[in-house]
Write a protein that binds this ligand. Structure first.
Ligand SMILES: CC(C)CCC[C@@H](C)[C@H]1CC[C@H]2[C@@H]3CC=C4C[C@@H](O)CC[C@]4(C)[C@H]3CC[C@]12C
Length: 838
């Protein structure tokens, strides 16, 4: 089996940070030739891990491999334990939240302490932005993308040379001049950083904004004072307090003691009042019993004084002046912010309208969007790769360096341990994994995941698609909910025997983390992550809306027929909005699933025809259609998301017209796969062809969500039916979880809406009514089903019954038996022969 994208680097000296001498800049060290060694100045203390187990895995995983290295065999790497000199220079440092991107900082490494600041002068003046003890941190370097990741436990630092400084001289140039413009084909991260750097001083703009805010608050205060002075009536007692003090009103009733009500008289000089801040100390200690009370409690004589505003007072004039001055300042700040924004808009417009850039930019932005929205897990992932494994897809490019590896040995490659990415592959039982084939190495290794997605087509339909979707959505909302033609009283079960168990406590990250260094195919994933359905059953859910094919088989017009086939293909994705918390059981080799759906008029049969790589084949037949597919898929792990790229075609034939349609699948992406904020998305282009006739084809675009878009515009899908000449005959669109509307038919109509979910679906794995029926096993079925049928899988059955502990045990047994069978077959030199498919 081909493994997941990333490979841990054999400990090639080239990938270890070279020795840094006092005359070298940090980065020139990285840029320089491989023939030098990393020479740590300090020994490393124990792991920073919290749990014992994770500590252990970190220890043996990281140390074991690295201690086998023999650096002494590297030319010029004599064991030198002397304390290294000072290294200093500029590096790009990844910003912390919320300002993502990179900024240039001056770093100084002295006696194992790495300090950084904005400039060299700042460091010298002791004006530090931060510092860390490198000897206590875990360092990973990526020579190819020239990146250093430092995990100091509480903080992660990502450092990089100023852009494209591939040699010391370029770098030095870079130190004095602004970084170069985006070069021809750099990775997206670099482009983004470059963009941010070119952005007219973004820090200054945020300062402007902050200042502006303060000025506006000041302005509001001044205006309010003016308002009081010019006769506005106080509304609250606090206002009143202010006004009383500003106008020097006497709270004492003439010739009569009122001490019981207001305590004692208290006046403030105007100067004092105008001075600004009113604190409670300006008032009498018992003001709360008087002034703090309701306005009604203010004696009439005070009110009578309030009614004579001093419009022309010098105070008012002064206020006017102050207001003007502050307004001018606000205006100035806003103007400079406006300028920056205009400039930015212009740059974006240019990038957008330039024909070459447009395609690229939109793709990059789409990728950037999804990545930026997922950054939460990234730091943890980085931690994992820093600690023990590589997350680079290319061999020899990443290594984790512990500072106390004083006697590393070269000469033999370290034993390769599975990476997080591999773990994910095992976890999803991926067939084959794309190792970032076409993107550049720098892209692949970019831990921020800002890499170009190369396998998906541009999921961006033509201009105005957002408006079109809005219209489709509105039409869908006003369309009546058609009752499903499928009878509901079929005698099938409507509820599952037990609700789902909460699995939010199961940290996938922890599982991977705790099993670092182990053969993950032997690490069984907890059954609590599963739903009581196998992937074979899951695939049969694509037929939940088979009535669309029944209709298609009765439409004479080939274009309209195509619309129905297309909408059927979209309907197979609807489950994704409520099924992101559990994964289906991986079918064992030879497992089958069949179902007779007299209510829907079709029979379905499926089989797991291969385990490594996993391939599931299925076939369904009715009097109106035949449906079949053999699905194999590849997973692409980007750091936080997994893309599932299916490679098999889906086939449908309609007997009445002799049509044979085939189409590819969209990419399904599990965003934030490691966290509870997981969500699914489909994107890419699906093309439907009728192999029996070229009268029309259909192009469906599953639009990738943009990070600035609201939830409303998620799950957009649009399609066109084209005639032979490529002219649009029909248009349709909507959202794959809400429905599809076609406005080009003679009577525009809603073609499909997903069935209403059961009210308690959240407690039952998010299953639809249809999904609840799939694993039902009646006595009648028991008598006729083959023993390989999924419904007989004991672990899945136990899980369905809510017996998680027992299910877990059983799952181990089932998996172990499968491994044994595989071994035996291999011994005999046999190959598995599928039963129903060839
Ligand atoms: C961490 C876990 C619990 C998250 C849940 C993962 C779920 C959403 C994943 C695991 C396996 C995935 C399926 C694997 C294979 C296919 C076949 C493909 O043709 C369509 C997508 C589909 C059907 C995937 C949908 C998403 C899926 C069900």
């Amino acid at each position: 089996m081909q493994r997941f994208p990333y490979h841990i680097a054999p400990m090639d000296p080239q990938v270890c940070p070279p020795r840094l001498s006092s005359s070298q800049s940090l980065i020139s060290g990285l840029d320089k030739s491989p023939a030098s060694t990393f020479k740590p100045g300090h020994s490393r203390s124990s792991s920073t891990g919290s749990s014992k187990q994770s500590k252990q895995s970190r220890h043996w995983e990281v140390m074991d491999d690295l201690q086998h290295l023999d650096m002494s065999s590297v030319p010029g790497s004599s064991l030198d334990l002397s304390i290294p000199g000072i290294c200093e220079g500029y590096l790009m440092k990844r910003r912390k939240y919320p300002l993502k991107g990179w900024h240039k900082r001056y770093f100084l490494l002295e006696k194992g302490i790495l300090k950084y600041s904005k400039t060299q002068q700042d460091i010298q003046r002791g004006k530090l932005h931060g510092s860390l003890d490198v000897s206590l941190a875990v360092m990973s370097i990526n020579k190819k993308s020239k990146r250093i990741d430092l995990d100091a436990g509480d903080n992660l630092y990502h450092l990089q040379p100023p852009h494209y400084a591939s040699s010391v001289s370029v770098y030095q140039q870079d130190m004095v001049s602004p970084p170069p413009a985006v070069t021809s084909n750099p990775g997206v991260t670099s482009k983004v950083s470059a963009w941010l750097q070119q952005t007219h001083d973004i820090d200054a703009t945020s300062n402007d904004l902050a200042r502006c805010q303060a000025e506006l608050a000041e302005l509001a205060q001044l205006i309010q004072r003016l308002h009081w002075l010019e006769g506005g009536l106080p509304i609250t007692s606090t206002d009143l307090e202010m006004r009383i003090s500003m106008q020097n009103l006497s709270l004492e009733k003439p010739k009569r003691k009122t001490g019981r009500v207001l305590g004692h008289s208290r006046t403030l000089s105007r100067v004092e009042a105008m001075g600004g801040m009113f604190t409670s100390s300006h008032f009498s200690t018992n003001s709360s019993s008087g002034l703090g009370a309701s306005v009604q409690s203010i004696p009439d004589h005070v009110y009578s004084q309030l009614s004579s505003p001093q419009v022309t007072s010098p105070e008012a004039k002064k206020l006017h002046q102050d207001i003007c001055a502050v307004s001018q300042r606000v205006h100035g700040s806003l103007k400079s912010i406006h300028e920056v924004l205009t400039l930015e808009r212009e740059r974006i417009r240019e990038a957008w309208t330039s024909p070459d850039l447009r395609q690229n930019t939109s793709q990059q932005l789409a990728t950037l969007c999804s990545t930026l929205s997922e950054l939460d897990i990234q730091s943890r992932l980085t931690k994992v790769h820093s600690l023990s494994l590589s997350s680079d897809s290319t061999e020899e490019s990443f290594c984790t360096v512990r500072p106390d590896q004083r006697t590393p040995s070269m000469g033999r490659h370290c034993q390769r341990a599975p990476s997080v990415a591999e773990s994910m592959a095992e976890y999803f039982d991926a067939s084959e994994v794309i190792v970032c084939e076409t993107s550049s190495e720098a892209d692949c290794s970019d831990e921020s995941g800002l890499s170009d997605i190369t396998t998906t087509s541009n999921s961006e339909p033509e201009e105005g698609h957002a408006t079109a979707t809005l219209n489709y959505r509105a039409s869908l909302n006003s369309a009546p909910d058609k009752p499903s033609p499928v009878p509901t009283n079929t005698g099938r079960r409507t509820a599952l025997p037990a609700p789902s168990t909460d699995n939010s406590h199961i940290g996938i990250m922890t599982i991977l983390y705790n099993n670092i260094g182990k053969d993950l195919s032997r690490v069984s994933m907890p059954v609590a992550l599963n739903e009581p359905l196998s992937l074979l059953q899951r695939l049969s859910e694509e037929l939940e809306y088979s009535e669309l094919l029944d209709i298609a088989n009765h439409i004479d017009d080939p274009y309209e027929r195509m619309v129905y086939v297309a909408v059927f293909s979209i309907s197979g994705y609807a489950w994704a909005s409520w099924r992101n918390r559990y994964k289906p059981f991986n079918p064992v080799l030879g497992e089958t699933y069949e179902s007779q759906r007299e209510d829907r008029g079709f029979n379905y049969i499926s089989e797991q025809v291969s385990h490594h790589p996993p391939v599931s084949a299925c076939h369904a037949e009715s009097e109106n259609f035949t449906f079949w597919q053999d699905q194999r898929w590849k997973n692409k792990f980007w750091g936080k998301s997994v893309e599932i790229i299916s490679s098999g075609l889906v086939n449908v034939s309609l007997p009445r017209y002799g049509d044979h349609y085939e189409w590819n699948k969209a990419v399904t992406c599990i965003h934030n796969v490691l966290s509870q904020q997981r969500w699914l998305e489909h994107y890419g282009e699906v093309v439907i062809r009728n192999t029996a006739s070229d009268v029309c084809t259909c192009k469906i675009t599953f639009v990738k969500s943009r990070y600035w878009s609201s939830d409303n515009s998620k799950n957009e899908v649009q399609g066109v039916v084209l005639d032979r000449a490529g002219e649009v005959v029909h248009r349709f669109g909507g959202l794959w979880h809400e429905g599809i509307f076609c406005d080009t038919l003679s009577t525009p109509k809603c073609i499909w809406k997903p069935n209403v979910q059961p009210e308690d679906h959240f407690e039952y794995y998010g299953f639809s009514h249809y999904a609840r029926e799939l694993n039902e096993l009646t006595d009648d079925m028991r008598a006729v089903l083959p023993p390989t049928d999924t419904r007989f899988r004991p672990d899945q059955r136990l899980l369905e019954e809510g017996k998680v502990v027992e299910a877990d045990k059983k799952k181990d047994e089932v998996e172990e038996k499968q491994r044994e069978r595989r071994k035996e077959m291999a011994k005999r030199g046999e190959e598995h022969i599928p039963r129903f498919f060839k």
